[in-house]
Ligand binder design. Structure first.
Ligand code: MTE
Length: 324
């Protein structure tokens, strides 16, 4: 490959233009070592001294526009967000994903989009990103885990309704069902108490809500391995377990999907799982939460503070006893 004259526009080439992400990262690394990457190119977001995986810290999504939903609360650090995780395919301990997902292979990554729609497809995530690159934004969301801890994380993604509009599910489709890759070879440390593949779902109006983000990055970069690369869904008004990681299947379906945690413990976890300080978990209160990195506890907000955009979807529903 000819190297001459490339450096002028090297900065504008992103990994999804090249498809072979590994090649791209190696090339960036080479260019950086050779001192040829122009100053200020995407490196500004790197947390000093912390490299989570081979794909991190290359500024793949630096400089994107923000959103009207951004919180101005203090953000957690990338290190916090990628070393304190639930990703049970890599173990149940909070630090397990950081330790055991180091070599998780996330490119190439095919995702199937099917179920009740005329033209089911299989598409690589690099092509998904290419297709929606003009819709990508940074969204600084609160994330509230059902275990009563929380973080603030700047995600990168595009609204799921963009994809739904393009793939045009039938009117019979009432829900969207998501699945995580299940690869026992790569996930030898998976916790045994839940079944795999991990499954989640949304009602169609929830899926169409502008807050529902197809997420492909964080902190201006690709998703760190413990956070579910290369593609996940984030719904900030729901408990974190709804935000399913490393998705390889999206299906439009008629019936309410049976999500993993509801299946595992139906008395404790439901389908909707909206953040709700008024409904205690059977084993703990949800009235307060511990923000990772802070002392003391915060009051938990209904719908995690996103009620103005989502509350009306649940008008008339009993969110405490029935639709929890
Ligand atoms: N997705 C899969 N496939 N497997 C998991 O174990 N854990 C969920 C959710 N998505 C989980 C998952 C839970 S309980 C939480 S709190 C969030 O991921 C954590 O997301 P984060 O690590 O990106 O903050």
């Amino acid at each position: 490959m000819a190297h001459s004259k490339r450096k002028d526009y090297e900065a504008d080439i992103k990994w999804w233009d090249i498809t072979d992400r590994e090649h791209y990262i190696n090339r960036r690394e080479f260019m950086r070592k050779a001192g040829t990457v122009a100053a200020g190119v995407g490196l500004a977001t790197a947390a000093p001294g912390f490299v989570q995986n081979a794909f991190a810290q290359n500024g793949a999504f630096a400089g994107l526009p923000g959103s009207k939903y951004d919180t101005d609360e203090e953000q957690n650090t990338l290190k916090q967000a990628s070393t304190y995780n639930n990703f049970w395919e890599f173990g149940a301990g909070k630090n397990d994903p950081a330790r055991h997902a180091k070599d998780f292979v996330t490119a190439p990554w095919e995702i199937s989009i099917g179920g009740l729609l005329a033209n089911p497809v299989k598409i690589d995530v690099a092509d998904v990103i290419k297709r929606y690159r003009d819709k990508l934004e940074q969204r600084i969301y609160r994330m509230r885990c059902v275990e009563a801890w929380s973080m603030v994380i700047p995600w990168v993604g595009f609204p799921l309704h963009e994809l739904i509009k393009d793939y045009q599910p039938d009117s019979a489709a009432k829900y969207v069902r998501f699945e995580t890759l299940w690869d026992p070879e790569q996930m030898r440390r998976a916790a045994r108490s839940i079944q795999y593949p991990y499954v989640e779902g949304l009602r169609m109006d929830e899926a169409m809500n502008d807050l529902t983000l197809v997420t492909v990055g964080m902190y201006g970069d690709v998703l760190a391995n413990p956070n579910g690369p290369p593609i996940k869904i984030v719904m900030p008004w729901k408990y974190g377990f709804k935000s399913i990681k490393s998705i390889n299947k999206i299906e439009f379906v008629e019936d309410e999907p049976v999500n993993t945690w509801k299946k595992a413990q139906p008395r404790e976890y439901g389908f909707y799982s909206n953040v709700n300080p008024e409904r205690s978990h059977p084993r703990w209160s949800q009235a307060t939460e511990r923000r990772i990195g802070e002392r003391g506890r915060r009051e938990t907000l209904k719908f995690n503070g996103y009620g103005e955009w989502v509350a009306s979807m649940y008008d008339g529903m009993d969110l405490i006893n029935r639709y929890y």
